[in-house]
Design a protein around this ligand. Structure first.
Ligand code: HEM
Length: 420
């Protein structure tokens, strides 16, 4: 078994990945210095800088990758913890956060001095900018049943919902790592690096590539379309309402959860396969009635513009609801769930075809954040019973994680988790 030491990983990375392309010596140092100054752009303030060049700060009150504007690509990974030594886990998590800080700053991880050993940085992101990379960590319920002396958060495994058809080896996990970036290779490098650093302590259980964000978290980002061709993320929590985030997303610093979860949240992950051939053979009227919005404009069926508030009481000449009672938006809305809601941040996925039917294996890698998983459970209970969309979709994996608050500079994931 690997004996794990934080000293295996240098504390600081001194070179930007781009600097290495420019050449060694002064050129590299010049570019590296530039990182902390001119490229410290928040994603909503890119000032004409292409998304691939943007840097999203790793340190802060909350972890990045939750309220920060969704990038275009995802690589999600869930790990099982294989060590029984708490010290090894702590050291690995500390080293992970140092590496994550470097990679999200567009830097190479560490310095390779011993050419008889594998290079410290695996190398596939050399020359690539930070691409708005965020690396978000979460802890699954199973981690707290192990003998590490950790205080468990309030985090029950999710119940089974009607229609669930879950694949065990693509579900659950002790540690989640969500890598989002505007370049899939940058996201791949991030998860690959952490997986390799974790050898002997953790083992990847599953991973999932996602593309095409299906959400927005800020007022300024365009609403994208999902693989069904509908605008997605219209009715999502926007950061311009701090009140909503305080109410529905962030765990407040006085909550009776372990301290590491203050300013954190919880994450639910559901892989939802879409039977896309059947969907795209349905009439436009059917598709719109299933969702409850117009396909082209995204407007609710009771309105004419995307931003019109849905009128769930509107009825047609036959006294039927204009937004049908089985429509997705009606059943998912706060209106149907006692005011409860969630922050959605999912991605599309596509991964070949079914060898049996030849159908595309694709759908939505649904990710959402909420103060308490009960919020998701409430909405999913309502959807799983009556959503007209259920004729076209199938939930094939499931996981829930407690998300720690953000790190202050100088702090590290292992110390944060083990001290409270
Ligand atoms: C493949 C599966 C799914 C697809 C294709 C899908 C698609 C959509 C679309 C097109 C909208 C309308 C636009 C918008 O407001 O964003 C929407 C709204 C919404 N969806 Fe889904 N969704 C899926 C699964 C889920 C699941 C599993 C949940 C939560 C359990 C969920 C929760 C919501 C919520 C809360 C809204 C906003 C409803 C409102 O207040 O108007 N969705 N979804």
């Amino acid at each position: 078994m690997t004996s794990y030491s934080e000293d295996s990983f240098p504390k600081e990375s001194h070179f930007s990945r781009r600097g290495l392309l420019v050449g060694g010596g002064l050129a590299s140092i010049g570019v590296a210095l530039g990182i902390g100054t001119t490229r410290d752009l928040s994603p909503d303030n890119r000032n004409g800088v292409p998304p691939s060049e943007s840097l999203i700060p790793f340190f802060g009150t909350h972890q990045a990758g939750i309220a920060t504007p969704p990038q275009n690509h995802l690589l999600f990974g869930a790990f099982d913890v294989t060590t029984s030594r708490g010290d090894d886990l702590r050291a690995m998590l500390n080293a992970w956060s140092q590496a994550a800080a470097a990679m999200t700053a567009g830097q190479v991880v560490g310095t390779t001095t011993n050419t008889y050993a594998p290079p410290v940085d695996t190398g596939e992101a050399r020359g690539l900018p930070a691409a708005g990379l965020t690396i978000t960590i979460g802890y699954g319920p199973g981690l707290f049943t192990k003998d590490f002396g950790l205080t468990a958060p309030r985090l029950q495994p999710l119940p089974n919902f009607p229609g669930d058809n879950l694949t065990e080896n693509e579900s659950y996990g002790d540690i989640a790592i969500q890598c989002c970036a505007d370049d899939p290779q940058v996201a791949f490098h991030a998860l690959h690096m952490l997986a390799r650093m974790g050898l002997g302590v953790v083992q990847l259980r599953y991973s999932q590539l996602g593309f095409g964000r299906t959400s927005v978290t800020t007022a300024s980002q365009d609403v994208p379309r999902n693989l069904l061709g509908f605008k997605d993320g219209i009715e999502n929590l926007r950061t311009n309402s701090a009140r909503d985030y305080a109410r529905f997303v962030w765990i407040d610093p006085h909550a009776s959860t372990p301290r590491w979860q203050h300013h954190g949240t919880t994450m639910v992950v559901r892989k939802i396969r879409t039977h896309i051939e059947s969907w795209s053979s349905s009439s436009l009227d059917t598709q719109e009635a299933v969702i409850g919005r117009f396909k082209d404009s995204g407007a609710p069926l009771s309105g004419s513009k995307m931003d019109d508030a849905p009128d769930f009481s509107a009825v047609d000449q036959y006294n039927n609801y204009v937004i049908p009672s089985s429509s997705h938006v009606r059943l998912a809305s706060q209106h149907s769930n006692g005011g409860m809601t969630i922050l959605r941040r999912g991605y599309g996925y596509s991964e070949g075809i079914s060898p049996q039917s030849g159908e595309m294996l694709c759908g939505l890698y649904f990710i959402c954040f909420q103060k308490d998983p009960h919020q998701f459970v409430t909405v999913q209970n309502s959807l799983s019973l009556a959503d007209a969309l259920n004729d076209y979709i199938e939930h094939v994996s499931s996981a829930v994680f407690a998300i720690p608050g953000g790190l202050a500079k100088g702090d590290a994931w292992g110390d944060q988790l083990f001290r409270s």
